[in-house]
Write a protein that binds this ligand. Structure first.
Ligand SMILES: O=C(O)CCC(=O)C(=O)O
Ligand SMILES: [Fe+2]
Length: 323
């Protein structure tokens, strides 16, 4: 089965880790320089009374739920994933449609027009006295040829970009069907905490990092979600990660929020919840994050809550029964 959970990465993610003093930027100072913060804070409604829920950060809201899953549930998730087998985590080039459109628009008004005019000028110089219709035909066909060639170059660039992004995620992963002891508990509790129907969830994804593996800074939402995520339920509104094993402080492997200046160390059974987009689907770049390389292995289970029904193979099947 196609692995449902591709990771959305965009070139905008690249310089983020290198933002000057980004780790020292406090929430308060961020709010004062970001007037749109209040609008961006309007994430989906959650169950604030959920057992063990604490706020790690406000605006943007980042939440921890201790003992979200039990040790047995975590172990069950890991062993089901191992039995199924994991493969290199897929990465999506989020925003490629926008980038390609922009490049083509630039070319259509610039280089393609210059080439068309140059061709008319040359042909006119060679044969002389081109009629107006002949000039239009010459210019039009040259413009179309130039656009086709530029389209090919944009496609090549997009392929290169996907390869480059893939090298930034070296973990392996797989999806579970939500019927094992641990993954069923994950879906059930996610439904309560997020006050959401399982139909808006991607199938639970299990991510495994071997020592040294990592996930570079990225956003889970996609600025071009309406086009690129149309077949997987639209925008990612919420990310729920559950750490399935402990990683000691000195061993790295934290989930790092560079722009917010803090990180979360993996603790078995603990859930980390944040909102890559508002309930309306507006992209929130403040919650850019990364999975830092660990010296030991690290296991994470993840549910992405989308805007609409996530149909199979990305989501759970119609006959899924969470009871
Ligand atoms: O492994 C982590 O700490 C982060 C994982 C993550 O961000 C993702 O899977 O989208
Ligand atoms: Fe992520």
């Amino acid at each position: 089965m196609a692995n449902a959970a591709t990771l959305c990465m965009h070139h905008a993610a690249l310089p983020a880790a290198a933002l000057p003093n980004c780790s020292e930027r406090s929430a308060a100072s961020f709010q004062s320089v970001e007037p749109a913060a209040v609008m961006l804070d309007a994430h989906i409604d959650i169950d604030e009374e959920f057992f063990n829920l604490t706020y790690l950060h406000r605006s943007p809201d980042v939440i921890l739920v201790d003992q979200f899953l039990s040790r047995q549930e975590c172990e069950s998730i890991v062993s089901r994933a191992r039995n199924k087998g994991l493969s290199l985590s897929p990465v999506a080039y989020a925003g490629w449609t926008q980038d390609a459109q922009e490049l083509l628009k630039l070319a259509a008004g610039g280089p393609a027009v210059w080439l068309a005019l140059a061709r008319v000028w040359m042909v006119n110089g060679d044969v002389g006295g081109l009629s107006r219709t002949e000039m239009i035909v010459q210019a039009g066909s040259t413009w179309a040829l130039a656009m086709a060639a530029i389209g090919g170059m944009v496609a090549l660039y997009t392929q290169q970009r996907i390869k480059q992004l893939q090298s930034m995620r070296t973990s392996t992963s797989t999806t579970l069907d939500g019927t094992g002891l641990g993954d069923a508990a994950l879906v059930r509790r996610a439904m309560q905490l997020l006050k959401s129907d399982w139909r808006t969830f991607e199938a639970p994804t299990v991510i495994h990092y071997d020592p040294g593996q990592k996930l570079a800074p990225h956003f889970d939402a996609n600025r071009a979600a309406t086009v690129e995520d149309a077949t997987r339920g639209g925008q990612t509104l919420c990310t729920l990660l559950v750490y399935c094993n402990d990683v000691q402080e000195s061993d790295g492997g934290a989930t790092v929020f560079n722009r917010l200046g803090f990180s979360v160390r993996p603790k078995q059974g603990q859930a980390l919840l944040f909102f890559p987009a508002t309930k309306e689907g507006a992209f929130d770049e403040r919650v850019e994050h990364e999975g830092a390389p660990a010296k030991t292995e690290k296991w994470v289970a993840r549910i992405w809550r989308h805007q609409d029904r996530v149909t199979p193979p990305y989501g759970l099947p119609d006959h899924y029964n969470f009871e």
